[in-house]
Design a protein around this ligand. Structure first.
Ligand SMILES: C[S@@+](CC[C@H](N)C(=O)[O-])C[C@H]1O[C@@H](n2cnc3c(N)ncnc32)[C@H](O)[C@@H]1O
Length: 401
């Protein structure tokens, strides 16, 4: 509960008007009435406020920045929540503590309301991805015409100055937000303060770190256990070679590694990867060589400085890469790995996009033992993972046992 006891609307208006971004007193009053209606879970009154011109997106910065959706979520009226979402409420608006309305519902064990907000998030994210994809195709066509490049974006979740969560912000010129810039920048291979090996980019962004070993181990097991002798593996992104080392334990007959970064390739050469039997290293971006590759029983992708749109593009290539309906695919699902609600949204978005190309996904949840110990992120730009549970996708055209 965030409103202040019996404060009258006019008191609240006076308090809020300092932060009102130029809204008139009557509009503020209407917005506050909308909040009160939502706090009471009163759909009819909320409708009336919106019909009279209240703003469904408005957040009361005079208090802790709740929106009408936060109040509606707290009231437990799922119908009201759905109504607000249809009328312009922002599904991912956060209060001044970074809390979304969905998290308010979650804290109250209100699964129906949580689901309603998540569904809207999934719908809008998929729509936005589709629009972005079209914009990228058009940008690429323009770039080809003008011989200029288009910038890629990062996919970290950040709270913006206006209080909204952004799913794919520009990471302020860092190489982690631009695949082309990343691939021509310097990398360091070092030991973190946790004693584990890590690979770090020029800005201090972590490309890969030893704490992910648990995730890689489980992924390799899900993908490789029970495969026939001589099975074939395609891995996109070598990094520290953790998953490739684990794949080798299952003795694949053919093991293709796609890795474009010169420093990573130098690192893997130094470890003798190129002369291992059955191993082929392709020093290209996956986008450049994928059309030449086919017939894999196991496919895994875990790249860096690429966003969800790039992953979705990779999904589209899968039908031409697999050896048959029982081939298995997985990817590193770190999308929105710092916010539990957005992690749920991206889980569902990926699942639906995969259904779109005929793949079923089973999610295997693990708690990486080494994740979130303080030392992991010391001396790095930021933590890209702060959640307790990691979901490993296992995808196939057939339902897997
Ligand atoms: C997170 S690391 C992979 C870690 C790996 N799974 C492991 O177990 O060590 C990401 C790798 O993807 C590579 N990469 C980045 N962009 C790529 C692209 N477009 N195609 C293929 N690999 C890419 C990076 O150079 C980096 O080596």
């Amino acid at each position: 509960m965030q409103t202040e006891g019996d404060a009258s609307s006019s008191d609240k208006i006076a308090e809020s008007s300092q932060h009102a971004n130029g809204l008139s007193a009557s509009r503020l009053s209407l917005n506050l009435h909308l909040h009160q209606a939502c706090e009471a879970g009163n759909l009819d009154r909320a409708k009336e406020c919106l019909e009279r011109g209240a703003d469904a997106w408005w957040e009361d910065e005079g208090t802790i920045g709740w929106s009408a959706l936060h109040f509606a979520a707290e009231s437990g009226n799922t119908k009201l929540v759905r109504f607000l979402l249809r009328r312009g409420a922002l599904w991912n608006a956060v209060d001044s503590n970074g809390i979304t309305a969905a998290e308010v519902a979650w804290s109250l064990n209100d699964a129906a309301t949580y689901r309603a907000i998540m569904d809207e998030g999934v719908r809008q994210t998929m729509l936005r991805n589709a629009l972005d994809q079209r914009a990228r195709v058009e940008a690429a066509e323009d770039a080809a015409a003008e011989e200029t490049g288009a910038d890629a974006e990062g996919m970290l979740v950040e709270v913006q100055a206006d209080g909204h969560l952004v799913l794919r912000p520009d990471a302020h010129g860092e190489v982690s937000a631009n695949n082309e810039a990343f691939l021509s920048s310097k990398l360091s291979f070092e030991r973190g303060e946790d004693g584990l090996e890590r690979c770090v980019d020029v800005d201090g962004g972590v490309v890969m770190a030893g704490w992910e070993t648990d995730i890689m181990e489980k992924t390799a097991e899900l993908l490789c256990a029970g495969q026939e002798e001589g099975f074939s593996v395609l891995n996109i992104g070598f990094g520290l070679g953790i998953i490739d080392t684990l794949f080798q334990n299952y003795k694949p007959g053919r093991h293709v590694i796609v890795e474009p970064h010169a420093d990573v390739v130098a690192h893997l050469r130094a470890q003798g990867w190129q002369s291992k039997p059955g191993v082929q290293v392709v020093q290209q971006r996956w986008q450049e060589c994928i059309a030449e590759l086919s017939d894999f029983d196991v496919i895994y992708t875990d790249t860096y400085s690429e966003d969800y749109a790039a992953l979705n593009d990779f999904f589209d290539k899968l039908p031409d890469l697999v050896s048959g309906p029982s081939a298995r695919f997985s990817f590193f699902h770190g999308l929105a790995g710092t916010n539990p609600f957005l992690y749920d949204v991206y889980t569902r978005v990926a699942e639906l996009d995969l259904i779109g190309i005929g793949l079923q996904t089973q999610w295997h949840t693990i708690r990486p033992a080494l994740a979130n110990t303080e030392l992991i992120w010391k001396g790095t730009k930021r933590a890209y993972w702060t959640l307790d549970e990691f979901r490993i996708p296992l995808c196939s055209m057939q339902i897997l046992q």
